[in-house]
Design a protein around this ligand. Structure first.
Ligand SMILES: *Cc1c(COP(=O)(O)O)cnc(C)c1O
Length: 487
């Protein structure tokens, strides 16, 4: 770690703030309330501005460069989203206001529900869940509640492909279901023979990500869904990869029963570092009554003179509330803006360019990196970050070396079924020039792995801090580099 002392800028007596003359009588605070051991730094205003401006330039972000983090869809976040989400009518309202006074916000939420229904092919959408993972929790709970409502209590198992995101088994287990992994076949699809064996009257459902986290579209998706349905189970769609499908196909039409959206991924809200996110859930007609409450509805139809009155309704067999009030409203405004700015044609282009960009990078590097599944990919792809003739080099070293070429590393060691996985998702917002630079860097690194592997092993070389012990960094968080001397 960087020496804490370089952050020590304090100089006794220096002042950055001037308080106005007090215009109220002075009050003597009792001595025992006053701390004298508070090591507050003493700095001028310009010292503080420069300190934080310098710190901000040490951050890597989508606004400074390509962020090809597979599965996470780190696309550029258009600035107009920030403008609309900060409009006083959206930003300064309170969730306890009477609904008559927040009709504009409710209209936006209603429209977003309708847009998401249209995009996904589902019958109804609840905007409540606060993130993809919470949407999964909700979806699995809905599946469980559906079976219970029919007196079908034997269904306690959920099938999850071995390529799935960790949140799939986690949210199923949190719902009290037994997680049964299904292997992938040699093309990265769900192994159909295994699926047939496992589908019986104990299966509550299957969770499927399509395209999956290998970046491939499950060619047998219709048969997979039909097999689970025939056994009486329901199919959950992990919608994190919706970016590849926008305007091309709709999960609801394919037969999925329930799916979450990641508004912050597909519909462009800045994320990473913990949020905020939004994970609305869409359902097929037979699950509409189970959605989490409230749903925004039209409670009085428009007339020729008066616009509709929007209100909040509670589905008949709702699984309940999963979030205070109405969910992450600020993210909804951003997603709504993004959808309206693109329109139907624009969203289709998003998917087309996302797929084109991923396949372009792949086509440039595929001779130098091993491809575990040799087929065409969707919006992301997975390669192996290792070579049999460069035995010391691992995916982690490739990822770290990319930082020396000014790129954020891709996702690595996920999905778990790929040896030394590097999972690359460039998204649609990158130009050919950026994609070429990134592909050039990957090719150079493949060469270095053989000619000078130590360059990779010791990377990164040019970042503010070098190679970290990642386990220790995660387990013993130091969020404040400035450590007072008394510590
Ligand atoms: C991101 C992601 C999730 C979880 O979504 P969060 O919004 O991060 O909770 C689930 N599945 C897949 C495939 C993802 O990429």
């Amino acid at each position: 770690m960087t020496e804490p002392t370089i952050y020590e800028l304090s100089s006794a007596g220096r002042i950055g703030v001037q308080f106005p003359e007090s215009d109220v009588p002075a009050f003597k605070v009792p001595d025992e309330f006053i701390r004298t051991n508070l090591p507050l730094p003493e700095l001028s205003e310009v010292d503080v501005v420069r300190h934080f401006t310098h710190l901000s330039t040490k951050n890597y972000s989508i606004d400074t460069g390509l962020y090809p983090l597979g599965s996470c869809t780190m696309k550029y976040n258009p600035k107009i989203n920030e403008v609309t989400s900060r409009l006083p009518g959206f930003a300064n309202i309170h969730p306890l206001q009477p609904i008559e006074t927040v009709q504009g916000s409710l209209a936006l939420m209603y429209s977003l529900q309708e847009q998401l229904k249209e995009i996904s092919g589902f019958a109804a959408v609840s905007l409540q869940p606060a993130a993809g993972a919470q949407g999964e929790f909700v979806g699995v709970k809905i599946i469980h509640a559906y079976h219970q409502s029919r007196g079908d209590f034997k269904r306690t198992r959920i099938l999850i492909p071995d390529s799935a995101h960790g949140t799939n088994p986690a949210t199923s287990a949190m719902n009290g279901l037994e997680v049964i992994p299904i292997p992938s076949d040699s093309r990265g699809n769900v192994d159909l023979a295994k699926l047939h064996d496992l589908c019986d009257e104990t299966v509550a459902g299957l969770m499927l990500t399509n395209p999956n986290t290998l970046g491939v579209f499950d060619e047998n998706v219709l048969e997979v869904i039909e097999t689970v349905h025939r056994a009486g189970g329901l199919v959950y769609g992990d919608g994190a990869n919706l970016n590849a499908l926008l305007g091309i196909t709709r999960p609801g039409d394919l037969g999925f029963d329930v799916m979450h959206f990641n508004l912050h991924k597909t519909f462009s809200t800045p994320h990473g570092g913990g949020g905020p996110g939004s994970g609305p859930v869409g359902v097929a007609p037979h699950l509409v009554d189970f959605l989490p409450a409230p749903i925004v509805s039209i409670i009085e139809e428009a007339t020729e003179e008066i616009p509709p009155l929007y209100g909040l309704t509670i589905p008949a067999k709702t699984i309940g509330r999963v979030k205070a009030f109405y969910g992450q409203f600020g993210v909804m405004v951003r997603a709504f803006t993004y959808i309206r700015m693109h329109g139907a044609e624009g969203l289709k282009k998003v998917a087309e360019y996302a797929v084109l960009n991923a396949n372009y990078i792949l086509s440039r590097i595929r001779d130098k990196y091993t491809l575990p599944y040799d087929r065409s990919y969707m919006h992301e792809f997975v390669v192996e970050g290792c070579w049999s003739d460069a035995p010391d080099v691992h995916a982690l070293d490739v990822a770290k070396r990319l930082m020396d070429y000014d790129f954020h590393p891709p996702t690595n060691y996920f999905p778990l079924i790929v040896h030394e996985a590097l999972m690359i998702e460039p998204t649609e917002t990158e130009s050919k020039q950026v994609l070429d630079k990134f592909a050039d860097a990957l090719l150079k690194i493949a060469e270095e792995a053989h000619s000078s592997p130590e360059l990779l092993k010791e990377a990164p070389h040019h970042t503010p801090v070098g190679r970290l012990d990642e386990v220790k960094a995660a387990k013993e968080l130091v969020l404040c580099c400035w450590l007072p001397e008394s510590n």
